[in-house]
Design a protein around this ligand. Structure first.
Ligand SMILES: Cc1cc2nc3c(=O)[nH]c(=O)nc-3n(C[C@H](O)[C@H](O)[C@H](O)COP(=O)(O)OP(=O)(O)OC[C@H]3O[C@@H](n4cnc5c(N)ncnc54)[C@H](O)[C@@H]3O)c2cc1C
Length: 300
């Protein structure tokens, strides 16, 4: 990382929000539900499916958790009324897991019942390791209510292969991603090659068990390795999809995947809490700072 990018990334949290906005814009589909719907419609018109997320996490009051729950329910109505090809992804701590397991269970049950009413799908995102067991418990509870619910397995965690061996069958639906949080070397692989290798191992185990996978990665080398295996082993196309985050540059790869007949879903985050999310994105890829600045000055 260049010194300049490193300084800007460290300083962003203490700089005024107007300064951070140009850096955040590529990754966030706006602040309102209307903004998100506009972006989702455009993605659908290009052939992409979507999953929408209201930005935020670690809510500390029941009032806020229930307000977010109501917003998610409203989103399902909107998706139905506007005939969007879109489901919902949601973080348990955004709807109360930091307050109590009971609060999160109750709110997620409300959201799930709305998904069921509209025959839609709910993806429960996976947060950092203190929440993994509780998130799996929530997932099990959800499954007793409605089948169209999925979770996430992170390939950097040592435990993930055991989770798949325990959970995966033809009714199991999981996103597989590397994992975005800082985790200790005692529970998580730190080496890029090991995380990539485990991703493939998890993917293969999912398919062996007829479980549905969403391969969520921007890593072009990993996508190549997945495709090699998919083509060689003739993995049925209805057993998986590819997923990416909104705004991450993919250099035509997504269109190529669509062209080859694969399903591609874009994760579309929106909401007034865009700031923390964007700082996290920038820390992950500080090169974006130089790209945004170059574009900024080119326009002038
Ligand atoms: C649809 C989706 C849902 C996710 N859900 C979860 C979840 O529930 N829990 C969880 O822990 N993690 C989640 N993640 C994040 C994931 O775990 C990784 O941290 C993230 O995707 C980066 O890993 P990578 O596989 O893209 O590979 P990397 O090797 O990290 O990235 C490959 C290349 O893509 C570029 N890149 C990657 N990410 C970004 C970015 N955000 N902005 C700009 N450029 C980028 C980088 O330039 C890099 O060179 C999700 C990711 C996706 C795509």
């Amino acid at each position: 990382m260049s010194l300049f990018n490193s300084i800007v990334t460290s300083a962003l949290p203490i700089l005024p929000k107007w300064f951070a906005k140009p850096f955040a814009r590529p990754y966030v589909a706006g602040q309102t539900e209307d903004d998100a719907v506009t972006h989702i419609r455009t993605l659908n018109e290009k052939g992409f499916s979507a999953t929408v997320d209201i930005l935020g996490e670690h809510v500390l009051t029941k009032e806020k958790a229930r307000d977010i729950t109501a917003q998610y329910c409203h989103l399902y109505d909107r998706i139905l009324n506007e005939s969007l090809d879109c489901n919902i992804s949601m973080k348990p701590t955004h709807v109360g897991l930091n307050i109590s397991l009971a609060e999160a269970m109750s709110n997620i049950t409300t959201i799930l019942k709305k998904a069921q009413e509209h025959n839609n799908f709910l993806r429960i995102d996976m947060e950092n390791s203190p929440f993994t067991d509780q998130t799996i418990e929530i997932y099990h509870h959800c499954k007793t209510i409605y089948n169209n619910v999925g979770m996430v397995i992170q390939s950097y965690l040592h435990r993930s292969i055991d989770d798949i061996l325990l959970l995966a069958d033809d009714q199991f639906n999981s996103r597989i991603c590397k994992g975005i949080y800082k985790e200790s070397e005692y529970i998580a692989y730190q080496d890029r090659e090991e995380i990539q290798g485990n991703f493939l191992k998890l993917a293969k185990n999912m398919v062996t068990r007829n479980a549905y996978s969403a391969f969520a990665t921007h890593d072009q080398e990993l996508i190549d390795r997945l495709l090699d295996w998919i083509i060689t082993d003739k993995v049925p196309k209805d057993l998986f999809e590819f997923q990416v985050l909104y705004g991450v540059p993919m250099n035509g790869r997504l269109e190529a995947l669509l062209g080859a007949g694969y399903k591609v879903r874009v994760y579309v985050p929106y909401g007034p809490d865009w700031f923390d999310y964007s700082v996290r994105r920038l820390k992950e890829n500080p090169k974006i700072i130089s790209y945004v600045l170059k574009n900024f000055f080119r326009k002038r």
